[in-house]
Design a protein around this ligand. Structure first.
Ligand code: 5GP
Ligand code: MN
Length: 335
């Protein structure tokens, strides 16, 4: 590990030791890694005898309610005052902390930014940004080691969840030897992998199944077959009564089509706003493209929210991806 990163791990451990009355934040619409890391951290802080407040702009989705301490989440509107010690996790920039970040962080707060996104802009007063980590949960595991703490079953359960979801069930290209070793160590602490994977990855809600049916009926490819995309309109979301969590995983269908390098999904988010998700397989840095559209993420998985309608945004995004494919063809010509 490079010395700066090693130092950042030590500084993060010192931050856990030094502070108290922490505000714990992750990005809005949290996924398995966001919940796993924030709640894993909460359990570690509890073990250290510290107090903390868990806040998110969105209520905890059903499938994550089994997490120990998930019932402690509050909405920013229900929390008074501001906090001096803040740990923000799995967030590339401060904007991603949403209303919670705007309302609850004191002006001169100490902010520890723990993340693994390539597009992280180092918004913290301390920054532990480990780009080699497959999941923020992997970083928290290493912070716990730095603190020489024994992991409880609850902590291990949370951390395993982020590890398994951000690697797509140990399948994506971010699945390294270290990921598997940490996964194995978490099992040694009593984690029941099937119980977690069944709840957070395998189970489909009925609205989710209907969404898959609708989205696949409109799936498209470009003329080369290297880009595929799906669209989910407000109409459809309302008709099937989908929650945000029901949309997760849809993006894998265009991504997994044989010959596709970039899969995209377009979804009506708020009125006049479209959420775009990108996944690439080997070549295209979709994180860089997402940044151009005001978002961010990793090289192989990224997203953004763009103002406009799906019809307006779709050609702009697809054209930009075509250009990126041409650039990689020039850089890495195939025989
Ligand atoms: P998803 O497409 O599943 O929402 O997100 C894929 C990845 O991109 C995740 O790691 C997520 O944190 C990141 N991401 C998604 N939307 C945004 C965004 O608007 N801004 C930033 N900075 N990252 C995003
Ligand atoms: Mn993550």
């Amino acid at each position: 590990m490079n010395p700066n990163l090693k130092q950042a791990y030590k500084a993060a451990a010192d931050f856990f030791r030094a502070g108290d009355n922490f505000l714990l934040l992750v990005h809005e619409k949290p996924d398995g890694d966001a919940f796993g890391s924030i709640l894993g951290t909460a359990h570690l802080l509890q073990q250290l005898g510290k107090t903390f407040t868990l806040v998110n702009d969105d209520p905890v989705p059903n499938k994550f309610q089994f997490f120990p301490l998930a019932d402690r989440f509050r909405l920013p509107e229900d929390v008074e005052g501001t906090f001096d010690w803040v740990i923000a996790q799995d967030c590339g920039d401060r904007k991603r902390l949403g209303r919670s970040g705007e309302k609850l962080i004191a002006d001169d707060a100490k902010i520890l930014n723990i993340d693994h996104h390539k597009t992280n802009d180092f918004f913290g007063t301390e920054n532990l940004v480990d780009l080699d980590a497959a999941a923020t949960c992997q970083i928290i595991y290493k912070v716990a080691k730095e603190l020489e703490m024994t992991l409880s079953l609850d902590t291990a359960t949370c951390l395993y969840t982020g590890l398994v979801t951000d690697t797509g069930g140990f399948r994506y290209s971010n699945t390294t030897e270290e990921v598997m070793l940490i996964g194995a160590d978490l099992l040694r602490h009593g984690v029941q992998p099937y119980n977690i994977i069944d709840k957070v990855m395998e189970t489909l809600t009925w609205p989710q199944v209907q969404l898959i049916r609708e989205a696949l009926s409109g799936i498209e490819r470009d003329e080369t077959g290297r880009i595929a995309w799906i669209k989910v309109s407000r109409d459809v979301l309302e008709r099937v009564q989908a929650e945000d969590e029901d949309v997760e995983g849809l993006i894998n269908y265009p991504r997994n089509v044989q010959g596709v390098e970039v899969g995209v999904s377009f979804r009506d988010a708020a009125p006049g706003k479209v959420k775009v998700s990108f996944r690439s397989k080997y070549l295209v840095d979709v994180g860089a493209i997402a940044v151009e559209f005001g978002g961010g993420g990793h090289a192989r998985a990224a997203g953004c929210t763009v103002e406009g309608t799906i019809e307006e945004i779709e050609p702009r995004v697809i054209d930009r991806i075509k250009q990126a494919l041409q650039e990689v063809d020039v850089a890495e010509p195939t025989a």
